[in-house]
Structure formats: C-alpha cells, structure tokens
Design a protein around this ligand. Sequence first.
Ligand code: PNS
Length: 166
Amino acid sequence: MYRLVYPGSFDPPTLGHLDIMARALRLCDELRVAVLTSGSKQARFSLEQRLDMLHLAIQDLDQASRVVVEGFSGLLVDYVQACGGQAVVRGVRNVSDFSYEENMAEINRQLCAPHETILLPAKPELAFMSSSLIKEMDRLDQDYRAWLPASSYAYTKEAFRQAHVV
Ligand code: PNS
C-alpha cells in the first residue's frame, strides 16, 4: 500500500487543505491526515474540534474512504515511520511557504527520515487563503463561507462562536 502523510495544524481546515487532499489522493492508496496536537504555536481549536472539522470536511471528497484522520505529537519523522508512510505531502502557496517547506524537508532528512517530501502548488484561486486569515475574518465578523469546505462550515462557525462565549 502506498501511503502518503499530510501533516498540519488544520486550525481550522480550509478549502486549500481540502484541495491538497483531493490531489494527494490521486497519488496514493491511503492518505493519512495527521493533525499536530501540540506545536510551537497555540492552536485556536482543540484537537477534538480539529479532528471533527476534518472528518466533516473529507465528506466533500470523492474518495473519503481512503482518508485516515488522526492526531500526532512529537517528531513528524517518527509519526511517518510508525504509520508506514512512504512520503509526506504539503501544499505551497507562495515563496514563503516554499522556503519554510524546503527547510522542513531538509531538517527531516537530517533526522534520517527515509521518506520524501512532495510539495503541491496551491491553486491560484486558493493561494492567498490560510487558517490565520479565516481566524482574522471571524474576528472582524466577515463572511468566510466561500473558503471553508461546505461540510465543515457550520461546525467551524459554531466552534468560533463558542470560543467567543468563554
Ligand atoms: O499547518 P502547519 O502549522 O504549517 O504544519 C506544520 C507541521 C505540523 C507540518 C510541522 O510543524 C511539523 O511537522 N511539526 C512536527 C514537529 C517536527 O517534526 N518538526 C521538525 C523537526 S524539529
């Protein structure tokens, strides 16, 4: 089985993430969407919420049955090895993303990762979008429905509302 790992914070998952998943699915038998549980940056949404959002979002994919969503902590190279992944896939929107991903691929290589990193260029119409921008739009009460997967929009909107209440 050819297994690709798509790691990220997914805080929250956007249409850009979903597009990378759809395209990565054409390159593998199984796509593992690996959600970082505790990274250097504090996530807005809990791991449980982000897993829920992803489980909903993948319903918009034709081949959702070939996607496994789960959390991971620690080093990505350890996770990839433990789950039997052959390669990591990441989306790149611009040169800043490329520089970051180039460094990450290299540090993973230095950490003796046997896997390769596959970089997929974002579609131009999605290249400006980010989870951070969604959070900013929510903060400023703007409509971001067009940039979220249709199946996870309502859940995400409610999760933002609850975060404002507490
Ligand atoms: O969606 P993001 O926040 O850009 O995803 C970043 C992610 C999760 C891919 C990256 O932070 C990561 O791989 N973290 C795991 C820790 C790790 O392996 N770091 C590199 C070696 S120090």
